[in-house]
Ligand binder design. Structure first.
Ligand SMILES: Nc1ncnc2c1ncn2[C@@H]1O[C@H](COP(=O)(O)OP(=O)(O)O)[C@@H](O)[C@H]1O
Ligand SMILES: [Mg+2]
Length: 224
């Protein structure tokens, strides 16, 4: 059994009175340590697929199993807890809370479910790992796009997730920063966390172990 299993997953939307499948009968299996990249044109259903994989969006048809649990049969509270504990999510765009320092942003997922203990050492280690420990006391508005993205990645890892999902984590970053972030994801995967990302850049694909492309809601394995 995989860590994450998508079985015949479909998301139907209506637009201008016409129904269409933003995600069309997709199957996908993610194992611990996998580093999976999904590419595809804008509007092909990539974010919709990630959101269903993270339990943020209900499929119209099909099932999403995480560690064997049908995500969309869990109660809201159960799914929030499972997501907080086991799934790291780096959303598209800026997602840090502007009134909190970088350090506090990273710690927030830990305290959401009133976990006690000392997480400060771990938060600091993660900031070092993503190369921005010198910005721990800064506020998001004082950071560049790449620095904010790194902070969001550190935040997604604070609870030691089993699965890390990132939606275009390198869009609008320069080539060098993109390569650094992709290497960071490779390290994370090597340590056993499954990594599932949507990416634009074809040249970043050599970092992952599996690549798929999405086209009008259909997910296809991409041959090298
Ligand atoms: N809530 C919604 N209602 C109707 N259509 C939607 C909704 N969300 C997304 N879509 C449509 O579904 C398709 C896939 O969107 P999305 O998953 O965001 O694509 P991608 O991430 O690949 O750019 C697009 O055509 C988009 O317009
Ligand atoms: Mg998208």
């Amino acid at each position: 059994m995989g860590l994450l299993e998508l079985k015949d997953v479909t998301k139907a939307y209506k637009r201008g009175g016409r129904a269409f499948n933003a995600v069309n009968h997709v199957g996908l299996s993610v194992e611990p340590g996998d580093f999976i990249s999904i590419i595809g044109r804008s509007g092909s259903g990539k974010s919709t697929l990630l959101n269903m994989s993270a339990g943020l969006l209900h499929p119209t048809e099909g099932t999403v199993l995480f560690e064997g649990n049908d995500l969309h049969r869990l109660k809201d509270k159960e799914i929030s807890f499972l997501r907080n504990e086991k799934i790291g999510y780096v959303p598209q765009g800026q997602s840090l809370l502007s009134n909190f320092t970088v350090f506090d942003n990273v710690c927030i997922p830990w305290f959401l479910f009133r976990r006690g203990g000392n997480t400060e050492g771990r938060a600091f280690t993660l900031l070092e790992k993503v190369g921005i420990s010198h910005l721990a006391a800064s506020y998001p508005r004082e950071l560049s796009g790449g620095e904010m993205r790194r902070a969001a990645i550190a935040r997604s890892l604070i609870n030691e997730p089993r699965l890390l999902i990132a939606d275009e984590p390198t869009s609008d970053l320069d080539v060098e920063t993109t390569a650094e972030i992709m290497r960071l994801f490779s390290d994370i995967a090597r340590e056993g966390t499954a990594v599932l990302i949507v990416t634009h850049e074809l040249d970043t694909l050599n970092y992952g172990n599996k690549t798929y492309s999405m086209d009008a809601g259909n997910l296809l394995p991409q041959s090298a």
